[in-house]
Design a protein around this ligand. Structure first.
Ligand code: AHR
Length: 502
């Protein structure tokens, strides 16, 4: 048994939890859109072809903002292919995912779907194969109320009110050699700065995200951020981070500590941004949009890709990872890392939402169900309110091959002064031993333990599937007890827990 100790003090705050931290990402990739959110003819489809069962799950997940339409896809995308009468929309080759894009769903349809879901739209423009002009066009179409060619075209296409998109990504992963239009940092930085200035001439209040590195493992990581920010610091509000994790060579101990890597990644990007801030004597703080994060078995995708996926299919089954309990624990820990950096990370997008490395899976003509990762996301989105707190954690450590010595237990807390509610999120990374944690809550005053949910299983590799969609669910943890200002709770091996006090 490992023993850990946590102290919570509502006066020690990191920053306000921005609701945009609970964003997600829908790309035209595989069955993310087609046969995912959109399936005309499905028994649960509404009159526009959107699956109502999927909408209900997305709402339950608590997704606040959705990045669209890519991803790698966006770097070859022509947004105007996806507007107007469906029967006139062209079919195109999607080079990023070696598929046919039918363009049945485009900006107006996706925005309409988001209105049903109750999420904000975060839109990525194509700076891979296109540029300033295209960005201005899509901005005019989306946001100008009326009276211009493109705003009037939107109205003629059946959307009278502007979409009023506030957050715009200036391309996607432009540091990656796989990206259509990838070039040197200086080349992208110059285009991003010019595009940002042009977009602000339309609306100075837009929130703009410039591309950081596609992962902290890129050889250009650090220098890419510096070059890009030196050119764009005054023009943009966020720099993006992307990170995906999977076990390497069966090293689960390192995999379980993936959040340590995310912590370091965020802190390195913040340090680089602050270096540029100092150079420029700027009063402005650059925020981080962590707009792609997840567990992703990328090595399986590479293998799949090399054996070939046939020629140019429509909505093929791509990146359909099935997530285990262990994956969900790592995933929940990544959310802990994001909350711990709430002062800097003010927007994040879980990549992705439906079918593609997703918390929600669907079968054509069949059911939709929750993957294991659904639960930490839904509970964190529901419970993490108010301020993220700087907690004091004492935990035993273990040696992880990839991240050095790491704590067995990880934790973060949030406190909402308005409602008096406090939420504590915990993981036990040990594969064998239970951990008992004592949480000193005296500084919260008179409180009682409300709910304690734990996600764990005797088999850490247990999954939810079409055949067994409810095999894994979080359960009430009966071990929590409060005495003398201390909550004691047992955390099973490889587990994620959410505890609320109030
Ligand atoms: O989310 C899948 C892919 O991962 C995205 O298209 C790309 O941006 C990243 O490399």
């Amino acid at each position: 048994m490992n023993r850990a100790h946590l102290t919570i003090d509502p006066y020690f705050t990191v920053g306000t939890v921005n609701r945009r931290l609970f964003g997600s990402f829908v790309e035209h990739l595989g069955r993310g859109v087609y046969d995912g959110i959109y399936e005309p003819g499905h028994p649960a489809a509404d009159e526009n072809g959107y699956r109502e069962d999927v909408i209900a799950l997305v709402r339950e997940l608590g997704v606040t903002a959705i990045r669209y339409p890519g991803g790698n896809f966006v770097s070859g995308y022509r947004w105007e292919d996806g507007i107007g009468p469906r029967e006139q929309r062209p079919r195109r080759l999607d080079l990023a995912w070696h598929s046919i894009e039918t363009n049945e769903v485009g900006l107006d349809e996706f925005a309409a779907w988001l209105r049903k879901v109750g999420s904000e739209l975060m839109y990525a423009v194509n700076l891979g194969t296109r540029g300033i002009h295209e960005a201005l066009d899509v901005l005019e179409y989306a946001n100008v109320p009326s009276g211009t060619r493109l705003s009037d075209l939107r109205i003629a296409n059946g959307t009278p009110a502007p979409h009023d998109i506030r957050m715009w990504c200036l391309g996607n992963e432009m540091d990656g050699p796989w990206q259509l239009g990838h070039g040197a940092a200086e080349e992208y930085a110059s285009l991003a700065a010019k595009t940002a200035r042009a977009m602000r001439q339309v609306d100075p209040g837009l929130e703009l995200v410039v591309c950081g590195s596609s992962s902290a493992q890129m050889s250009t990581f650090g220098s890419w951020e510096r070059t890009v920010l030196e050119a764009t610091y005054d023009e943009v509000d966020y720099i993006s981070c992307h990170a995906y994790y999977e076990p390497k060579d069966g090293d689960h101990a390192s995999f379980l500590a993936s959040a340590v890597n995310m912590d370091r990644f965020i802190e390195s990007v913040a340090a680089t941004a602050d270096h540029v801030k100092a150079e420029r004597r700027s009063p402005k703080t650059m925020y981080i949009s962590f707009d792609e994060w997840n567990v992703w078995y990328q090595s399986r995708y590479r293998a799949e890709r090399h054996t070939g996926i046939g020629d140019w299919p429509i909505a093929p089954r791509l990146l359909e990872n099935t997530y285990s309990v262990m994956d969900a624990v790592v995933f929940g820990n990544l959310l802990i890392s994001l909350l711990r950096h709430a002062d800097r990370v003010t927007s994040a997008s879980l990549a992705q939402l439906v079918n593609v490395i997703a918390p929600i899976m669907t079968e054509p003509g069949g059911p939709a169900w929750r993957q294991t990762t659904f639960f930490p996301f839904a509970l964190t989105s529901r419970l993490a309110r108010g301020e993220a707190l700087e907690v004091k954690l004492d935990s035993p450590t273990y040696a992880s091959g990839l991240h050095g010595d790491v704590t067995v237990v990880d934790a973060v807390a949030t406190h909402d002064a308005g409602s008096g509610a406090t939420a504590v999120f915990l993981v036990n990374r040990d594969e064998e031993a239970e951990a008992e944690i004592e949480i000193d809550v005296r500084m919260l005053g008179e409180v009682r333990v409300r709910d304690v949910w734990t996600l764990s299983d005797k088999d850490p590799h247990a999954v939810n599937t079409l055949e067994q969609p409810d095999r894994v669910r979080p359960a009430a943890n009966p071990t929590a007890a409060l005495a003398d200002g201390t909550v004691t709770v047992s955390l099973p091996p490889v587990s994620w827990t959410a505890l609320t006090l109030g």
